[in-house]
Design a protein around this ligand. Structure first.
Ligand SMILES: [Cu+2]
Length: 137
């Protein structure tokens, strides 16, 4: 299930019973990658990282979980630490809902190990979540 459909389903269920909007999408095992940082209260769930092909554009849906309302994704990107370079493209960030963001225009031009970084901000507090993916040839 895509995150959009999951959010829609959870929203519908939430509207019926008054449950939190996207709580289940933040749970490990829901199909996304859940990232935590010990120094901030919120976690992050990322969808769309499971089948990245070299040279093909893709989108990553990001949910900020248990985050204060004003928390936002301010910057995303990816680098290949062993090669010392990043992507040749800068993804665009669009907020779609409270704590939900779609980032488009990702493109990894090489196979190998990439480090994905998502920088978030809540007021004056910043937290960068990092996740390593391996892009198969
Ligand atoms: Cu490289």
């Amino acid at each position: 299930m895509s995150l959009s459909k999951l959010v829609a389903a959870v929203f519908f269920a939430g509207a019926l019973v008054g449950a939190p909007l996207v709580a289940s999408a933040c749970t490990p095992g829901s199909g996304g990658v859940v990232l935590e940082k010990p120094d901030v209260d919120w976690t992050l769930a990322a969808y769309g990282l499971d089948s990245i092909a070299p040279g093909a554009q893709f989108a990553v849906e990001i949910l900020l979980c248990d985050a204060p309302e004003e928390t936002e994704v301010v910057e995303v990107g990816a680098t290949m630490p062993t090669h010392g370079h990043g992507m040749n493209y800068k993804p665009e960030i669009t907020r779609t809902n409270h704590g939900a963001f779609v980032t488009t225009g990702w493109l990894m031009h090489m196979s190998g190990e990439w480090e994905i970084a998502v920088k978030t901000r809540s007021g004056t507090e910043y937290a960068t979540f990092v996740h390593t993916v391996t892009v198969a040839p």
